[in-house]
Each structure stands twice: as structure tokens, then as C-alpha cells.
Design a protein around this ligand. Sequence first.
Ligand code: SF4
Length: 348
Amino acid sequence: MHSNIRSLDLQKKLLYWYDRQARALPWRQNKDPYKIWVSEIMLQQTQVKTVIPYFLKWVVRFPTLKSLAEASLDQVMPYWAGLGYYRRARMLHEGVRFVLAQYGGRIPAKALELRKIPGIGRYTAGAISSIAFNEKSPVVDGNVIRVLTRLNAIRKDVGKTKVMKGLWKLAESLLPSKKVGDFNQALMELGATVCLPENPKCPDCPVNSHCAAFQKNEPEAYPVKSKREKIERLRAFSSVLIKKNKVLIQKQKQGERWGNLWMFPYWMKREAMMKDLGEHPRELVHQQSLNHHFTKYKIRLEVSHYQVKDATNVPFKRTKWVAFSDLKKYAFPSHHRKIADTLIEIYA
Ligand code: SF4
């Protein structure tokens, strides 16, 4: 088939399939660029089913860009607590404040303009401009990489910048002149539901007649990736300091990984913990072990409870003693949320 006719046929088949098969996700209900922005940021490195409840609560509490921009980070973080990668929330907050200050609250329609906003990269800019404004800008995420490399049997290492540049170009060349947002979403949806990393459902795929990998009977050979970074295993230690019916929590410094969230004091070395607590180890009662996974680390967190006799010696900054029953009100990252839930169960 002539390449133009070929892409027209591919566009038609994908759009037809998307119209009928797309999952009814809450952020697909309208084309509000603010809500698309929020959903795209939440969906980075996070599964759709995890995001849905967070997104639904978020849009009730922050229904407009202005409402989010006017809230403080302390008011915002509880709505992200548990989703992980907290920098995303802080950047989103910074981004909407930027739009309010620079563009009077109107989100720009062009991808190039959108990329000037803090926290918006090429992918998010493409998603917002194409879905909300139908601008002809491509999106390339993990799902799209898989679909494109399979359709075209691209055997090059997608870990290389040059190869990725080629994929962005290819994605751009495939865009239809209308329904650009639907087409981009169709590519991503195909990757998420049909063109799966393992056991792709090629017989059900609407574009299998265009797919070189399918024709060669080797879909799983793509994409080619250089070896992944090794996962590092670490141990960490957390002490829950208890004084009568209260517990000590500590606010994390702004600019750090868990900035603005609350945590129980923690250490990467047991000796450092013992030194800070300055008490005999027997006073620490091991309570639970939690496994926590982030980026390239697998962390085993050992949690001990410690009954404090003299609270004046506690050597931590930005702390608060709170009643067990009040722990629900504070925003914790998910592994410390588990500690808080155990405390509520035992003591509240
Ligand atoms: Fe993916 Fe198979 Fe469809 Fe090719 S035919 S795009 S490998 S699902």
C-alpha cells in the first residue's frame, strides 16, 4: 500500500476501534485542559486503577485551576498522599500557579507554549494540546513506544536519545488532521489493553494488518531496551516515639523527596537511630517490617515502638506530638501511612 494510504487506513482503523472500545475513564468525560493535565500527571508511573479514586477526590476538592493555585501545598498534599512520586504534586501546584500568574489562569493551547510551564514536559504538553485543543502534536509514552516499535519492527535500542527522537517523528507523521486527541489516546489505549508487553492480543488488534512484528510472529521482540538498572536492596529503620496517648511525627523538608508530607522519624542505619535516641536498645520494641519499593530501591523498613519518658530530649526538628486518633488527618507517604494505620489499630 502507498504510505499515505497506509497511514490513512491505520488512522481510520484505530479511531474506529477507539470509539467503540475505549475505557470510560473519568478524565475522558470532558476536554477540560486542567483536568487532563491533572490526570496525565497522576498517571505518570502509576496504574489507571490506582489513579481513579485519587482523581475523583481531587476534582471535587480542586475543581478548577484557580482553586488549586489558591490552595497551599499543605492543603494539597493530603490529596496526593499515597500516590507516590510526590515531586509530581509539588510541580503541578507550581505549574498551575505559574499559569495563573503568567496567563491569567488560561492554559495555553500550543504544546510549545505548554512546555514553558514548570512540570510539563514534551509528553504532557502533547497530551494536553492534542486532547483538549486538538492540536497536531504527538505523544510518546511507554505504551506508544511499544506499539510503534512493533508496528514497524524497529529493532533499535529505545534507551538511546536518537532512537527516541525518531519515534517522536514517526508518531508525528502518523497523526490525522482531525481527532488528533482521540488518535493519540487510541495509540496509548491500544498499548495499555491490547498490545501488552507480554502476550499481546494480536488476533484482536485492529491494526494487525499493519503490524510488521505480528507478520514476523515476534511481537514480544520489541521494543529493544538496553539492560535495566539493577534494583538495590536497602534496610531502613523507623522509630515510633510514644508518650502516653500521643505519637511524634515529623514534617519533611520542602525540596526533599517527601517534602511537606509527615513521617515518623527514620534512619538508614540502626546505629544512627540508637545514637539519636540515646537510650538503651531494649527500650525499642520491634513492631513490624514493611517492604517499600521506589525507583531503583527495594527498602525493608523495620519499625520499632519506643516509649518516651522524657520528651524534652527528643532531638528532631519540625515535629509534632499528635493523638493516635488524629493520625488520619495528616498526609503520609504510603509506607508511613501503613505505620500510622497500625498505630490507630493498636492504640486509638
Ligand atoms: Fe501490537 Fe500485536 Fe497489534 Fe502488532 S498486532 S500492534 S504486536 S497487538
